[in-house]
Write a protein that binds this ligand. Structure first.
Ligand SMILES: [Zn+2]
Length: 297
């Protein structure tokens, strides 16, 4: 029997070591970066193996490092998309001034232009910290989509616990409690004669609104993924599945990074292969730019 595959997209957030450490208030250099450097080749290999075209969200500042630049070129050469994840990954973009917001977006854009020769069409705010002002800047600058929303009540709880017990930055940013009432599928957030800006939220478990992206599956296992994916298929939700660099990086035992410690790489690789096998049985994966284009039409 031939299965009819539905359209879906995979996004990889390239938050490296310095980005993760900055969340806990540590200021370190952009290189060496064990998370970025070990994860990118593994994602490329996996996506090649499963015939997936994906979107990688890049922090502009990382392009100053020659090794990272080389890896980003490899991503682009393999026909994946590079999209804008701001220039310096500020936690609390929503709280920045209008000028700072514009600068973060524009500088991130310029950094990507140096790699691809093209202006990016997609944006993701650090830590799911988005507001209408940022969406207006994106729309005015001709972006096709934003992917900063996640419609769950779980993140506000986790972030608060992180602040209390692990010293994460004070929770004045990130997803809001009421976002779990927002749509769990792509929708138009801004539209005029010049074009539409689509919001492609990070897909969460339908009905229960619990996160299902890779970082959670690593902790909760394949069975949890299977239930979530069955619901996504049943309700015909156009899937946006999210990974982070840390999900496929070398094992790292840095006590400053509490949430990244624990699962052996071999186990994670096995789990992701199983997930991608399941996902590619039911979906055709295109870049988020392509996904946005097809959904808007
Ligand atoms: Zn990020």
């Amino acid at each position: 029997m031939v299965l009819k595959r539905t359209l879906a997209t995979i996004q990889v957030d390239l938050d490296g070591l310095w980005t993760n450490l900055s969340y806990y208030g540590h200021d370190v250099s952009i290189s060496p970066d064990i998370l970025f450097e070990t994860a990118v080749p593994r994602y490329l290999e996996l996506f090649r193996e499963f015939g997936i075209k994906a979107t990688f969200f890049v922090i502009g500042r990382d392009t100053a490092d020659p090794l990272k630049r080389e890896l980003l070129k490899r991503i682009y050469d393999e026909e994946h998309e590079l999209a804008n994840h701001t220039y310096s990954h500020p936690f609390g973009l929503r709280k920045c001034s209008l000028e700072q917001k514009k600068k973060e977006i524009l500088e991130g854009e310029k950094a990507l232009l140096m790699i691809t020769g093209r202006k990016p069409v997609g944006f993701k705010a650090p830590g799911y910290d988005i507001d209408t002002e940022v969406l207006q800047i994106l729309h005015g600058s001709g972006y096709r989509y934003d992917s900063s929303y996640i419609s769950t009540f779980v993140y506000p709880i986790i972030m608060r616990l992180n602040t209390w017990f692990k010293g994460g930055v004070l929770r004045t940013h990130g997803p809001r409690w009421h976002w779990f009432l927002k749509k769990n599928k792509p929708y138009v957030v801004a539209s005029n004669r010049r074009g539409k800006l689509l919001e492609i939220p990070c897909t969460v478990m339908p009905l229960l609104r619990i996160p299902i992206h890779a970082t959670f599956i690593v902790k909760l296992g394949f069975f949890y993924f299977k239930i979530a994916h069955s619901l996504v298929r049943l309700l015909k939700i156009p899937l946006n599945y999210e990974f982070h660099a840390a999900d496929l990086a070398d094992e790292i035992h840095d006590p400053r990074l509490g949430h990244l410690i624990g699962i052996p790489l071999e186990k994670r690789l096995q789990l992701f292969r199983r997930m991608l096998q399941e996902l590619t049985k039911h979906h055709t994966f295109v870049t988020s730019a392509e996904f946005a284009l097809r959904l808007r039409n």
